[in-house]
Design a protein around this ligand. Structure first.
Ligand code: 1CP
Length: 341
């Protein structure tokens, strides 16, 4: 198996640097669109053959060094008893949102084999298909990010409902977080038992918190998850989007790898994190619109900065956008391999 991704996770400087992209399976790929044209998004997530097929597409088409399970961070919320739907062009809807203890009491912990069997089946298919190729990454949303969807009822710009609960009813907020944390530990444990070889915790919205509140409302729960999973022996990645002001704190969560969004360049991040850290990132996804030579310069700059870390996994600073031409994504991956060889 091509194992440079796993070796880098463990702190080895590899030649070339491994690369995978967040949302590498998705709407920018015509091959994804073709399957998506026949099945809605949730059906794709819940049909192991389809989920496995789109997971493999970027491995076949782009030559990435790791596959990431095709699913969504919101899948466990439905398994906990929340209503989940995706409105075309509008994003996810959680109905009803959880804003009282009574609403929380309708939710429950999960038994992954019973409640999300399709995720485990997808992982088993993928491990067979990928055996001699690249490792498989599993993932979950971090508790704060999951709680934003549960409490807001969907995507939000203001985060007013979750912050209102955090500050006006901290006991209820804690109960929500404890339930999600417990669910996430059993969900990720089941993914590891089914065969994922690394895991990433996505904290997409924790960046809306001050340092003070990040510690109490996000970090403690993420740390609990990493602590619980450490003995399982798979590398763990913590990605806080828009978390430049939180970098020293994210390190305290105890993951093996720190994911960086594009706002903080690696050199600056390492001044805060120290050099004894494995970093993942962090090309601004929109830089993939650059013409080839300029893109090469920007990729090269990131690779150079990554050399200052203990090890570096190349990624985007957030997901691939649907507007990016797939040839450009493929070209970027070739360049990353070439420039780090
Ligand atoms: O085809 C479609 O219309 C669905 C688009 C789509 C896709 C391809 C959604 C809806 N989710 C996904 C897949 C997905 N989501 C993956 C698959 C693996 C891969 O990376 O290739 C992963 C890891 C996620 C994780 C995810 N979902 C996050 C965390 C990462 C991030 O992007 O910050 C979040 C926040 C979500 C929620 C979500 N899923 C989908 C939408 C439209 C949203 C809402 C985003 C928002 O609230 O703004």
């Amino acid at each position: 198996m091509r194992d440079i991704f796993l070796r880098a996770c463990k702190g080895e400087k590899t030649t070339p640097v491994p690369v995978w992209f967040m949302r590498q399976a998705g709407r920018y790929l015509p091959e994804y669109q073709e399957i998506r044209g026949k099945a809605d998004f949730l059906t794709m997530c819940k049909t192991p053959e389809l989920a496995a097929e789109v997971t493999l597409q970027p491995v076949d088409i782009l030559g990435v060094d790791a596959a990431i399970l095709f699913s969504d961070i919101l899948i466990p919320l439905e398994a906990m008893g929340a209503g989940l739907s995706f409105k075309e062009g509008k994003g996810p809807i959680i109905s009803p949102p959880v804003r009282s203890r009574k609403e929380l009491e309708r939710l429950h912990t999960i038994e992954p084999e019973r409640d999300v069997p399709f995720v485990l089946e997808t992982i088993k298919i993928l491990r067979k298909e990928l055996s001699e190729r690249v490792p498989l990454i599993g993932f979950a949303g971090a508790p704060f990010t999951m709680a934003t969807y549960l409490i807001e009822g969907g995507t939000t710009k203001s985060f007013v409902n979750i912050k209102k609960m955090l500050f006006s009813d901290p006991a209820l907020f804690r109960s929500v977080m404890e339930l999600i944390t417990e669910v996430t530990i059993s969900y990720l444990s089941a993914q590891i038992e089914a065969g994922v070889q690394a895991i990433q915790l996505f904290d997409t919205w924790a960046g809306v918190l001050t340092r003070h509140d990040f510690r109490d409302a996000a970090l403690v729960y993420a740390r609990r998850i990493f602590n619980a999973l450490r003995t399982r022996g798979v590398p763990m990645i913590y990605f806080v989007y828009d978390g430049g002001h939180l970098l020293d704190l994210t390190r305290l969560a105890g993951s093996d790898v720190i994911g960086l969004d594009w706002r903080t360049d690696i050199e600056t991040a390492l001044k805060v994190l120290g050099k004894d850290v494995v970093v993942q990132g962090n090309l601004d996804p929109c830089l993939l619109f650059l013409e080839e030579e300029r893109l090469r310069d920007r990729i090269s700059e990131i690779i150079q900065q990554g050399l200052g870390a203990k090890a570096h996994i190349f990624n985007l600073g957030h997901g691939v956008l649907p507007e990016i031409p797939p040839e450009k994504v493929r070209l970027a991956i070739e360049m990353i391999h070439e420039l780090s060889s």
